[in-house]
Design a protein around this ligand. Structure first.
Ligand code: ZN
Length: 147
C-alpha cells in the first residue's frame, strides 16, 4: 500500500525523504487512523513490515511528522499519543478515549469558534492538541464507572 499523497507531499515540503523506516511508520499510522496511539503501540505495528525500525527511530520519525503536520499529538497525563491527520482534515481538537485511543473530532463549528474566540480575548492561542478525554461507547460499556 502506498502512503497517502498528502503525507508524501508534506514530507517533501519538510525536506524529508520517504525512507523505508518513515514508510513503515506511515503504514502503522494509516492502519490505525481512527485512534491516537502511543509510540510503543505504533512501534509494535511497524514490526509486521519488512524493514526493522527501532523504538527510538519511531519516536524521532513521529516528532519529524508532527513538525511536518502529518501527525497530530495529544498529551494524556505523561503519555503522548499520535494520530495521522487525514489528507482532507486539518489538525483539530478531538474527543479521545483514554482506554483504546479512539478519536472523534469535536466537529461543532459554533463551539470551536467560541473556544478560539474566548481564548483570543484572554490572549491565548489554542493548540489543536486539545483533547477532551473519556471513554468511547464500546469501552464505557465494558468498563462502567471507570473514567
Ligand atoms: Zn475506547
Amino acid at each position: 500500500m502506498q502512503p497517502a499523497p498528502g503525507a508524501v507531499r508534506r514530507l517533501n515540503l519538510a525536506s524529508l525523504r520517504l525512507t523505508p523506516q518513515r514508510r513503515a511508520v506511515l503504514r502503522a499510522l494509516d492502519d490505525n487512523f481512527q485512534r491516537f496511539l502511543d509510540v510503543e503501540t505504533l512501534h509494535r505495528s511497524t514490526r509486521c513490515w519488512e524493514v526493522p525500525v527501532n523504538l527510538a527511530s519511531v519516536y524521532r520519525i513521529l516528532v519529524e511528522m508532527e513538525k511536518a503536520r502529518i501527525v497530530q499529538v495529544v498529551k494524556l497525563g505523561a503519555r503522548l499519543l499520535y494520530r495521522k491527520v487525514p489528507d482532507d482534515e486539518v489538525a483539530q481538537p478531538h474527543f479521545v478515549c483514554t482506554r483504546c485511543g479512539l478519536a472523534e473530532p469535536l466537529g461543532n463549528d459554533a463551539l470551536m469558534s467560541q473556544l478560539f474566540e474566548g481564548a483570543g480575548r484572554h490572549g491565548f492561542r489554542l493548540s489543536p492538541r486539545i483533547a477532551l478525554v473519556g471513554l468511547c461507547a464500546a469501552c464505557s460499556s465494558k468498563h462502567a464507572n471507570r473514567l
